[in-house]
Design a protein around this ligand. Structure first.
Ligand SMILES: Cc1cc2nc3c(=O)[nH]c(=O)nc-3n(C[C@H](O)[C@H](O)[C@H](O)COP(=O)(O)OP(=O)(O)OC[C@H]3O[C@@H](n4cnc5c(N)ncnc54)[C@H](O)[C@@H]3O)c2cc1C
Length: 381
C-alpha cells in the first residue's frame, strides 16, 4: 500500500490530524492499535467552548455531557475562590463519543481507518517512510504523523527524541456518583500531599462526575485520602490510570518525514495536562502545511507556521510558570489564594482569563496598572 500520509495513533490528536488531512484532500491512512477509538477513556473531556469551536468541532451532539460557567479553586487550608464567567465557557465531553465522531467524520471524507493494528517500525526507504505493523501489514508514505501518545516508543526509536520523561505524572481518574456539587462549575483542589498536580472533580450532571488525582508516589493511597477528606460518601463507578504531562513541548519540524504531534510531542498545557485543544490546533496547522507541501504551494502555509510558533511559545511559557509555581512552599500558595481573594482579582479573572492561552491572558490582566496596585495593597495588608 502507498499513501501520501500515515497517521499513527487514533487518539484525539491523531483523529484531528487525519480529519484535517481529509478536509484538505490529502490521501491518508490512520492506524490505531485498539479495535475501537476512544477507549480506554483516559481524559476528563473538559474543553474551553471558544477554542473547541476554533478547532472546528461541534459544541452540540452526543459527545457533550455538560456545560460549565466557571471553576471553584480550593486552597490547601480550605479557602474557596469561585471564578464565574456569567455565561457558558466550557464543555464537558465524553472522549469515547468525541473520538467516534472524529473517526466518523474522517471516514466520511474518504480517510482510511485501520483498527486493531499496532505499528512496530518506521524506516526510511527511497524517499518514503515504510510503516510496518505487528501483524506484517506494510504501508509506504511520503509523511508520517506520529500521534502515538504518552508511550512514544516509535519516536524514541526513529527520531531519538522524547518529551521530558520526569515531567509525566501518573494519574487515576475515577467516575463517581453522589458528588452533590453544583454541576455548573468544575472543582480544583490544591493539597499539601499532592504537590505535583491539583485534584479535580468535573461534574457530568447532578450525580455523576469525573474525579482525578495525580502523584508520583502512593497514588492509590492519596486518592483514598482525597476522597475521605474532601468528598466522603462518593461511590466509585469505574476508573482509569494514565499520566499527564507537565513539561515543555517539542518544537515541530514540518519539513521532517516523521512529525510527532499531541501527547507524544508534549503539546500539552503543563498547568492542567490538557492537550486536546492546544495539541489539536498545532496538529491541524501541521496537516494544513503538509497539504500545501504536497500540492506544491508551500508559500500558502505561512499563517499556519506563525500559529504553530505562537502556540509552542505559549506552552513553553505555561511550563516555565508552572515550574516556578510547583516549587513554592505550601504556605506561599495559601497566601496567594488570600491575596487573590482580597484584591478582587476574581472578577477580572472570571471575565478575561482564557483556559488555554493561560499565560498570555493572565499576564495581560496582571499587567494592568489598577490590578497591580490592588495586588500590592492586598499583599501588604
Ligand atoms: C486523566 C486525564 C484527564 C485528562 N483530561 C483532559 C481534559 O479535560 N482536557 C484536555 O484537553 N486534555 C485532557 N487530558 C489530556 C488528553 O487526554 C491528551 O492530551 C490527549 O488524549 C492526547 O491525545 P493523543 O492523540 O496525543 O494521545 P492518546 O489520546 O494517548 O492517543 C494515542 C493513541 O495512539 C495509539 N497508539 C499508540 N502507539 C501505537 C502504535 N504503535 N500503533 C498504533 N496505535 C498506537 C494508542 O492506543 C492511543 O489510542 C487528560 C489526560 C488524562 C490522563
Amino acid at each position: 500500500m502507498k499513501v501520501d500520509v500515515v497517521v499513527v495513533g487514533g487518539g484525539a490528536i491523531g483523529l484531528i490530524a487525519a480529519k484535517t488531512l481529509a478536509e484538505n484532500n490529502v490521501e491518508s491512512t490512520l492506524i490505531e492499535e485498539h479495535e475501537e477509538v476512544g477507549l480506554p477513556e483516559h481524559c476528563a473531556g473538559l474543553f474551553s467552548l471558544l477554542n473547541f469551536r476554533r478547532l472546528g468541532l461541534p459544541t452540540m451532539g452526543k459527545h457533550v455531557e455538560n456545560i460549565v460557567r466557571g471553576a471553584v479553586f480550593h486552597s490547601p487550608k480550605g479557602r474557596e475562590i469561585m471564578l464565574d464567567a456569567g455565561k457558558t465557557i466550557a464543555i464537558v465531553t465524553s472522549r469515547k463519543m468525541l473520538d467516534s465522531f472524529l473517526a466518523h467524520e474522517y471516514e466520511r471524507r474518504g480517510g482510511e481507518l485501520i483498527l486493531g493494528e499496532r505499528v512496530v517500525d518506521l524506516s526510511f526507504t527511497n524517499e518514503l517512510v515504510r510503516v510496518r505493523t505487528k501483524s506484517g501489514l506494510e504501508v509506504r508514505a511520503k509523511k508520517v504523523i506520529d500521534a502515538e501518545g504518552m508511550v512514544s516508543a516509535l519516536l524514541k526509536k526513529t527520531l531519538k527524541k522524547t518529551t521530558e520523561r520526569k515531567m509525566w505524572i501518573p494519574i487515576i481518574q475515577v467516575w463517581v456518583e453522589n458528588h452533590s456539587l453544583d454541576p455548573r462549575y468544575v472543582y480544583l483542589f490544591f493539597e499539601e500531599y499532592l504537590p505535583e498536580f491539583f485534584a479535580y472533580i468535573i461534574p457530568v450532571d447532578d450525580e455523576v462526575g469525573k474525579l482525578g488525582v495525580a502523584s508520583r508516589t502512593c497514588l492509590k493511597m492519596k486518592l483514598e485520602k482525597f476522597i475521605t477528606r474532601r468528598t466522603p460518601g462518593l461511590k466509585i463507578i469505574r476508573s482509569v490510570s494514565h499520566a499527564v504531562y507537565t513539561g515543555r513541548p517539542l518544537r515541530p519540524d514540518s519539513s521532517s518525514m516523521i512529525i510527532p504531534v499531541g501527547d507524544v510531542a508534549g503539546h500539552v498545557k503543563a498547568s492542567t495536562g490538557g492537550g486536546v485543544v492546544m495539541g489539536g490546533l498545532i496538529a491541524r496547522s501541521i496537516c494544513r502545511i503538509i497539504a500545501s507541501q504536497l500540492a506544491g504551494v508551500s508559500e500558502t502555509a505561512s499563517q499556519d507556521k506563525r500559529t504553530i510558533g505562537y502556540l509552542i511559545r505559549e506552552l513553553n511559557k505555561i511550563a516555565s510558570f508552572m515550574k516556578l509555581f510547583r516549587s513554592l512552599p505550601i504556605h506561599i500558595i495559601e497566601r496567594l489564594f488570600e491575596i487573590i481573594d482580597k484584591s478582587n482579582l476574581v472578577e477580572e479573572l472570571s471575565r478575561k482569563a482564557d483556559m488555554d492561552f493561560q499565560f498570555t491572558s493572565i499576564s495581560r490582566i496582571l499587567m494592568s496598572p489598577g490590578i497591580l496596585a490592588r495586588l500590592l495593597f492586598a499583599s501588604l495588608t
